[in-house]
Write a protein that binds this ligand. Structure first.
Ligand SMILES: [Zn+2]
Length: 435
């Protein structure tokens, strides 16, 4: 069994373009770590309003002076060619070259990650330093790429639960030669799946999907429409290795049980982390799951430093500086544990049904808290108690009181041990009905 960092070191430099030989190679390697089904969707197939793209290969690409001095070579770094670049060979003027030579907006030494899957253009990428040094009138460009029929692949790991109701975990694998975005989400997802598979059977079914961004989610969802009604919650994973606290982005429907539960658990698990609104932290595949006709409340966990527009989630984002050097095994393990703890809360989150009527005789049950020495604890005990009515989940109570899931659970657990409440997966109102 490989560690998360082993997998990163092994797979990060592969040219994992959305439909490509190296994407498949990376996915097959991950399938050695967990039981995985690989779904294949052929080029040209319609998926809702989308179409599966061709398989793309770059055989060779370089930029030379007319004297044959090579300035850029795809062999040295996959990011030197825009993903899905058209083939091009010829001598071009400096002006024309600059229109097709992309640089990173903030890092003069970095090669940017640029993709044109559907816009159809040719292009190269270089550091700003190199671009600024171009003084000749003409340059020779060679980009030998091919487009052919292939299959887009989606890896699916299923952890069966007692219920068909499903929690979906998603990570994308389609960022060539980069690590934090997107390989960290993939390896943390794999490790979360390994842990879930080792534990006793959970209540919910879990599905981990490893796919190319956007089109992979659309392809999978459009071919599994029958599963969508059972998808009750989801979490997208990425950017989990950089040196920042966690950021949790809510779903499109922040009132959902998934949002209430994961957000209230998160605030206890990473006290320096923050919660941001849908699309405002970093947009990814959760967009497809939250979209019309699908509407799975899917949140997103990352280590985005702070929300920005356009997205600049960490300094090395979408560049050749996003290497294994900026991630650590410790931070990956920390993220894995945080996600597993949020899943623990999700498993525990049920409606709390009172067996008692009136206020509980706390001293009689040995749970009385002295309001003089611990006024806050005493108030909290009663505030939680009065919401145990079969109409509030643990997460509902946490949200109403603006406290963590874990602090509510501590009290509910005590009530359970005294046989004062029971837990129900569905609402079970106990208040008298008045006409
Ligand atoms: Zn990205």
């Amino acid at each position: 069994m490989s560690t998360m960092l082993d997998l990163i070191n092994e797979l990060w430099f592969l040219k994992r373009d959305i439909v490509s030989t190296d994407f498949d190679r990376a996915l097959l390697r991950l399938a050695e770590e967990v039981p995985m089904t690989i779904h294949e969707y052929p080029t040209g197939e319609e998926c809702w309003t989308w179409r599966i793209p061709e398989k793309w290969t770059c055989h060779e690409a370089y930029l030379e002076t007319l004297n044959g001095v090579r300035l850029i070579d795809y062999q040295h770094h996959p990011l030197h060619v825009i993903s899905y670049s058209l083939p091009f060979e010829g001598v071009v003027s400096r002006e024309e070259l600059l229109q097709h030579l992309h640089i990173h907006p903030t890092h003069p030494e970095a090669i940017p990650f640029v993709f044109k899957y559907y816009q159809r253009d040719w292009g190269l990428c270089a550091s700003q330093t190199l671009r600024d040094s171009l003084a000749d009138e003409k340059y020779r460009v060679v980009i030998r790429t091919s487009f052919e029929t292939g299959t887009l692949k989606v890896g699916e790991v299923i952890i069966p639960g007692e219920s068909q109701k499903t929690f979906v975990l998603v990570a994308h694998l389609c960022h060539p030669a980069m690590v934090n975005d997107d390989l960290t989400g993939v390896v943390v997802g794999i490790d979360v799946a390994r842990s879930l598979l080792q534990n006793p059977r959970p209540h919910y079914t879990y599905r981990l999907l490893i796919l190319p961004e956007t089109i992979g989610s659309v392809a999978y969802l459009s071919h599994h429409e029958h599963l969508i009604p059972d998808m009750v919650a989801g979490l997208f994973l990425e950017m989990l290795g950089n040196d920042s606290p966690h950021a949790l982005q809510t779903s499109l429907t922040p009132e959902s049980q998934a949002d209430r539960c994961l957000c209230s658990a998160f605030r206890y698990l990473d006290v320096s982390g923050y919660i941001g609104a849908y699309r405002k932290v970093v947009p990814n595949d959760e967009r497809q799951f939250n979209a019309p006709g699908v509407r799975v409340p899917m949140l997103s966990i990352s280590r985005v430093e702070k929300p920005s527009f356009p997205p600049r989630p960490y300094p090395q984002y979408h560049s050749s500086l996003d290497t294994p050097a900026i991630v650590t095994q410790e931070r990956l393990e920390n993220s894995r544990q945080l996600i597993l703890s949020m899943i623990d809360a999700w498993e525990l989150n049920q409606y709390v049904v009172n067996k008692f009527k009136g206020e509980i005789f706390c001293s009689g049950y040995g749970i009385w808290i002295d309001y003089q020495t611990n006024p806050e604890g005493s108030l909290r005990l009663f505030e939680i108690m009065e919401r145990c009515d079969g109409e509030h989940t643990v997460a509902d109570i946490a949200n109403e009181l603006d406290i963590s899931f874990q602090s509510v659970w501590e009290v509910i657990d005590q009530f359970l041990s005294k046989d004062l409440v029971w837990l129900s997966r569905t609402p079970h109102p106990t208040s008298p009905i008045r006409n």
